[in-house]
Design a protein around this ligand. Structure first.
Ligand code: GLU
Length: 304
C-alpha cells in the first residue's frame, strides 16, 4: 500500500475507536483483543451486605451497579461499536469488584467518563465507582476516595514510527505534544517540561488522530494506554523511551463512602490472592506482551 493510503487506513481504525458509541457499524478494528472465552468468571458473593455504604444501598435498590470507565483505551477499557460491550483490564477489575459486592458482573451498566469529568461524576452520584486508568494522588483524594492501587503504570510517549527526534520528555522542547485534559500526564508536561507546545483534548484517541495526521508530534499518557494504540497500527506508531512517572491506578469512589472503599480494598486483595487478578491481566493487558507484574501493595488509608 502507498504510504498515504496506509496512513488513512490507520486513521480510519483509530477513528473507529473514538466513534464507537455513535457509528453502530458491523465489526471492530482487527486487532487481537480480549477473547470473551478467555476471560475469567468471578464468583458472585451471595448474601453480601454493606449497609454502611450509601452507594451500595442505592445500587442494591436499583438492582445493578453503574460504573464509570473509558471506551477508547484498547487493553484497558474499550467499547465494541457493534455490541456496545466494554472490555479490557479495567473492565475486568470493575467486574471482580461487582461480584464481591454481590452483583452479577453481567448486569453492570458502564458509562464512559472522560479524564476531566471523573471527580464530578463521583461527587454527583452519576456512577457508583470508577475504573479507568485513574491515578491515585493527594489532590484527587481531596475530592474522591480511592481503593487500591491495583496496577502501577508510568507516563510514556507515543510517536509516529518514522520519528527519530523524540525518545524522552527532554526532547519535547518546541514539539507539539497532546494529552487529555485533567490528566496527570498533561499536568506533568505543563509543570516539568514547559518548553513543550502542549495541547489538550477530552480523550487520547483524538490525540492519536492528531498524531497520525501530523497535527501533533507526540501523545503522552500512561504506557498501558499508549501500548494499546501502538498495537492497533504498529506500522504507524511506536512507544518510545522509559516511563518517567509512577501512576498507581485506583478505583474511584465517593469520598465519604469509606465502607465502600474498604470493601473494595478487601475485594482486590481477595482477587489478587485467588488468581483472578492475574488471569484477568493475562487475558487483557497481557496481550501487549508484557508479563503480569506483581500487583502493588494496597494502600488502605484511614478514613478522614
Ligand atoms: N493515569 C493518568 C490519570 O489518571 C492518565 C490516564 C487517564 O487520563 O485516565 O490522569
Amino acid at each position: 500500500m502507498h504510504r498515504t493510503q496506509r496512513l488513512l487506513a490507520a486513521l480510519a481504525l483509530v477513528l473507529a475507536l473514538g466513534a464507537a458509541a455513535a457509528c453502530g457499524k458491523e465489526g471492530s478494528p482487527p486487532v487481537k483483543g480480549p477473547q470473551p472465552d478467555a476471560l475469567p468468571k468471578y464468583r458472585i458473593a451471595s448474601a453480601f451486605q454493606l449497609p454502611d455504604s450509601a452507594t451500595w444501598r442505592k445500587a442494591k435498590n436499583r438492582g445493578r451497579l453503574i460504573v464509570g470507565a473509558k471506551e477508547d483505551q484498547p487493553y484497558m477499557g474499550e467499547k465494541d461499536p457493534a455490541t456496545g460491550r466494554y472490555s479490557g483490564f479495567d473492565i475486568e477489575i470493575a467486574k471482580m469488584m461487582a461480584a464481591s459486592l454481590g452483583f452479577d458482573p453481567a448486569s453492570i451498566e458502564f458509562r464512559t467518563i472522560a479524564s476531566a469529568n471523573r471527580e464530578t461524576a463521583l461527587q454527583n452520584g452519576q456512577i457508583d465507582y470508577y475504573v479507568g486508568t485513574y491515578t491515585i494522588n493527594d489532590n484527587r483524594k481531596k475530592l474522591v476516595g480511592f481503593a487500591g492501587p491495583y496496577y502501577m503504570a508510568g507516563q510514556s510517549l507515543l510517536v509516529r514510527a518514522d520519528e527519530n527526534d523524540i525518545s524522552g520528555p527532554r526532547d519535547l522542547d518546541g514539539k507539539r505534544v497532546c494529552s487529555a485534559a485533567g490528566s496527570t500526564p498533561y499536568q506533568r508536561i505543563e509543570k516539568d517540561y514547559p518548553e513543550a507546545d502542549l495541547v489538550a483534548y477530552d480523550t487520547y484517541s483524538v490525540c492519536v488522530d492528531n498524531l497520525l495526521t501530523y497535527q501533533v508530534d507526540a501523545v503522552t499518557t500512561d504506557d498501558t494506554i499508549l501500548m494499546g494504540y501502538a498495537a492497533k497500527v504498529p506500522d504507524e506508531l511506536k512507544v518510545v523511551g522509559r516511563p518517567f512517572s509512577q501512576e498507581p491506578y485506583g478505583i474511584g469512589v465517593p469520598r465519604d463512602d469509606n465502607a465502600l472503599r474498604f470493601a473494595l480494598d478487601d475485594a482486590l486483595a481477595a482477587h489478587e490472592r485467588n488468581g483472578d487478578w492475574k488471569k484477568a491481566y493475562d487475558a487483557t493487558l497481557g496481550l501487549s506482551g508484557v508479563p503480569a507484574p506483581r500487583p502493588p501493595a494496597i494502600d488502605r488509608y484511614p478514613a478522614s
